[in-house]
Every structure is written in structure tokens, then in C-alpha cells.
Ligand binder design. Structure first.
Ligand SMILES: *Cc1c(COP(=O)(O)O)cnc(C)c1O
Length: 481
């Protein structure tokens, strides 16, 4: 980021074309656009080939500043962004932040799970927390973040915001329905700005409560409610960094690379699409789904059609609406917000819509896709372990499976491929034991997790109960400020 580019204003527009144009700072705090759409920058900044080549061997935080800086407009200085990136990635337990591990002559695993909660969501959340604190401090405001989690997002949010000066976080999780490791990551931090709350209900109940709080406008204003789910642009942009880091380490821009990505909400793989728009020569982006294969089906048929969610060994991908796919639909239609709004309305009413010819063609050109059955996930984990000694978690295994299924037929059989490893296998000990017969141990630095005292209230599935809890802890509401 040069000093000139940091002063160029970047505008953000909604995928449905009817929301106000916002600045980077406003987009961070807004999350969803007022017309129901998702925000994207008006134009894509481009990084020239010499700069891409220069990323090889540089610290992760430095590359993050180069990649993210052009999106921030005039809201941050180079020094401020550098300090935030260094703070964010100092929380990682590996000197390379996201190391590459070679598992066969062509295949490299990009380990994104060395953050505090052992899943890739730490990469974005750690930076987002610092960015939000910065904006709120500048504006003299406080905010309250409320989210629902089925496991990974809640822990990453609590870890990221635990020392926040400006933000209180409340994460709702379904009582008794997250793993012990996942629950303890949310309930053992001792700071009073972060709160995990067990709700007597399902994940869907938790999500419905969050939605109801956002729709209760008086409450929303009282606590200055904000969100950090995967549609927040700040999370997407922070994920672009590791595509550049990995590709440069393997010889980009002179060598083309394939990326294969475990995919649920389409946020991570969309960050790869952004990297490509910014000039990174990516040969193909592979969407690795589990049995919930709405995206592979869409690529094949040109019809986006929801089915019921199936429970799998890769729970963070057990979803049927890939929210960030809307961003790609907007891009692939020549940024036709009216069309995207109509398609999303059809989806809400009839659980399906048909892609235009142009959207379907762009989808097939930019991406490959395959879904893995539970049998295929288990076979991939066992085969990889016996061939290379490397232990994949079930999410990452879906991406390995998809790369195998897709690359030969797409003419990329000889291209070097990077598999994004989104979780550490120790985060899913029961599934791993079932598949391999052994329980992977937690990394040394988390050795106290299973014995640290927990703290969390158990609340009824009741909006008033949850709202009064949030209001009690919210500093934005003036309770303890
Ligand atoms: C969230 C998550 C995913 C899916 O990422 P999206 O950005 O939603 O596609 C994959 N693997 C793990 C371990 C996750 O936590």
C-alpha cells in the first residue's frame, strides 16, 4: 500500500443495487446492506506481477497490508494497518502463520488452522476485530455483536474480541449440541467483554433469535447491534491474503496454481476469486463440498436448488444456502443488481432459481466443483494418511477429494495444487477416531483448555430472556460504561 493509494476513496456497492454506497468503515460495521444485498468494492484493485513475486518469503502480516490496503480507502494509514496485521497474526502458533506442507509431488496443504481456535476463521476474525475497534474508537462509539454458532465461528469471534475496548460479543450456541472442544473455546476466556450463551434449542433456534434481535429496531439501536458473520466484507478481504502468500511461495506469478477449497458459505473460495480479479494467476478454483452439494449441483445443472441439510462429519459445511454465492452471481451477470434481487426473491419464495446463461458459463469457467460422500471423506483421510503420513480433518478432506475428482477432466492434471486446510483434526476428535481409530491430541499451547473453568448461562429459547441478557452486558447500552 503506497501512501497515495491509501488516500484513494473506495466505494462499496450492494449486490442488489438499491442500498446506499458506503465507505470501507461503514461496510465493516453494517455487514448486510439495507436492501438485503452484500457489499462489494466498486472496482477491483490490481497488484502487478513484480509485487506478487516480491511476496515470496515475506512475513504474512506484511503481505496482508499490501493486499488489504487498497480496499481500505483513506481510513487507515500504512502504519496503523501494519500494527493491526502484526497483532492479529502474532496470535498464531506458527512462525509462517499459514505454512505450506507438501504431501505429494504436486499437492501442497495450506494450513490455515494455527490460530487460537484451530480453524481458518481466526485468520479473518483476528484482523476484523482490530479493524472494528479502530473505527469505533475513531467515532467514539461502542457496539454489541450478537451471533449464532454451530461451532467454529463463535469461538473465533470470542477469541478475536476478548480484549476489545469497544465491542461486546454474545454468541448463542445450542445447548449440548457443540463438541466439548468447541464449547470450551467459547466458555473459558475470562474477559467480561465476551459471552457464550447456551440456548435450550437447536442451531436454527439460535439463528432465529439473532434475526429477531436485528429486526427489533428499538433494541438494535439501544445496543448498537453489529454482526461478524461470513457475509461481512472485512472477513472476505482478510482471506485474500493467503492466496497470494501461498501462490508466491510456489513461484507465482510465473507458475499457475490450482486452489481447492472446503466450501460452505462460499466466503473462503470467493476470496480466491477476488485474488484472481486482483491479478493472481490462478488456473482453477475448486469448490470442495460435502454431501450438502448445492454448489456442485448448480455448476452441473445451472439451477440453484435448496435441499434439506444432511448432518456430516464436516459440520461447518452443513448448510444449504451459500450466502456469499450472491457476490459471484452479481459479478457473473455484469453487476446486474436487479437480476440478483429477483433471483434471491425466487430463492426465498420457492427454494430455487435458474442461473442466466452468462452466470452459468462464468461459474463453469472460473470454478470446478465436487461433493464428497461420508464414505469418500473417510477414504480420503485414510488414503492420505497411509500414502503421506499426513492427517487431514474432514473439512479439508472434502477439498482433497474434489481436487482428485475435478482436475484430470479439466486439463489441470499436472498443475501444482494447494489444498486449503480449514481446521486442525484435533477439533473433531470423535469423527477422527471413528475414521482412523485414533484421537488426535490438541496442540501443546491448548493443553489447559480441557481443565480450565467454564462460564456460561443457559437461557430458554425466548427472545425477551436473551435480549435482557444482552442489554445487561452491553457497554453500548450504558450498563457498565
Ligand atoms: C467455516 C468453515 C468452512 C466453510 O467456509 P466458507 O467460507 O463458509 O465456505 C470450512 N471449513 C471449516 C473448518 C470452517 O470452519
Amino acid at each position: 500500500m503506497s501512501d497515495e493509494s491509501s488516500n484513494t476513496l473506495v466505494n462499496y456497492i450492494s449486490t442488489r443495487g438499491r442500498a446506499p454506497v458506503l465507505s470501507f468503515e461503514d461496510v465493516l460495521l453494517a455487514g448486510l446492506a439495507r436492501d438485503g444485498g452484500l457489499y462489494l468494492p466498486e472496482t477491483w484493485p490490481v497488484i502487478d506481477p513484480e509485487t506478487i513475486a516480491s511476496f515470496a518469503g515475506r512475513p504474512f502480516a506484511e503481505v496482508a497490508v499490501e493486499v488489504i490496503g487498497p480496499f481500505t480507502g483513506g481510513s487507515l494509514t500504512h502504519a496503523q494497518l501494519t500494527e493491526m496485521a502484526q497483532g492479529a497474526y502474532a496470535t498464531f502458533g506458527h512462525p509462517a502463520t499459514t505454512p505450506l506442507v507438501q504431501i505429494d509431488p504436486q499437492t501442497f496443504v495450506l494450513e490455515l488452522f494455527h490460530g487460537p481456535t484451530l480453524a481458518f476463521k481466526d485468520v479473518a476474525m483476528q484482523l476484523l476485530a482490530r479493524l472494528m475497534d479502530h473505527v469505533l474508537t475513531k467515532r467514539g462509539q461502542r457496539a454489541t455483536i450478537v451471533g449464532a454458532t454451530s461451532g467454529d465461528t463463535g469461538g473465533a469471534a470470542i477469541e478475536a474480541f476478548r480484549s476489545s475496548e469497544r465491542v461486546d460479543v454474545v454468541v448463542l450456541f445450542p445447548d449440548g449440541r457443540v463438541s466439548d472442544v468447541q464449547r470450551r473455546m467459547m466458555t473459558t476466556p475470562t474477559e467480561t467483554s465476551v459471552h457464550a450463551v447456551a440456548v435450550k434449542g437447536t442451531f436454527d433456534d439460535c439463528q432465529a433469535l439473532v434475526k429477531a434481535m436485528f429486526n427489533d429496531h428499538a433494541f438494535r439501536d439501544r445496543v448498537n447491534l453489529s454482526g461478524v458473520n461470513s457475509i461481512n466484507w472485512g472477513r472476505i478481504v482478510a482471506q485474500v491474503t493467503y492466496y497470494f502468500v501461498a501462490a508466491a511461495a510456489l513461484g507465482a506469478p510465473d507458475r499457475k496454481i490450482v486452489f481447492s477449497v472446503p466450501t460452505g458459505n462460499f466466503g473462503d473460495v470467493f476470496a480466491g476469486y477476488v485474488a484472481r480479479r486482483m491479478g493472481l494467476p490462478i488456473e482453477l478454483l475448486v469448490i470442495g463440498s460435502n454431501q450438502n452439494d448445492i454448489l456442485p449441483r448448480t455448476l452441473e445443472t445451472g439451477v440453484y436448488e435448496m435441499r434439506d441439510v444432511v448432518v456430516t462429519s464436516s459440520p461447518s459445511m452443513d448448510i444449504q444456502i451459500s450466502s456469499n454465492f450472491e457476490r459471484f452471481l452479481f459479478e457473473a451477470s455484469g453487476r446486474d443488481g436487479d437480476l440478483v434481487a429477483r433471483q434471491m426473491q425466487m430463492l426465498a419464495q420457492g427454494r430455487r432459481f435458474v442461473l442466466t446463461e452468462a452466470q452459468a458459463a462464468a461459474l463453469r469457467m472460473e470454478f470446478g466443483a465436487a461433493g464428497a460422500s461420508e464414505v469418500e471423506v473417510a477414504a480420503t483421510i485414510r488414503d492420505t494418511l497411509s500414502a503421506s503420513g499426513y492427517l487431514l480433518d474432514p473439512h479439508t478432506a472434502c477439498a482433497v477429494h474434489a481436487a482428485k475428482a475435478v482436475l484430470e477432466t479439466r486439463g489441470c492434471g499436472d498443475t501444482a495444487r494447494v489444498i486449503l486446510a480449514t481446521a486442525h483434526p484435533a477439533k473433531f476428535p470423535d469423527a477422527m477416531q471413528h475414521i482412523t481409530g485414533a484421537r488426535p491430541g490438541l496442540p501443546e499451547r491448548l493443553s489447559s483448555l480441557m481443565s480450565a473453568p467454564e462460564r456460561y448461562p443457559v437461557l430458554n429459547n425466548d427472545l425477551k430472556d436473551v435480549e435482557s441478557f444482552v442489554e445487561k452486558i452491553s457497554r453500548a447500552a450504558g450498563a457498565t460504561a
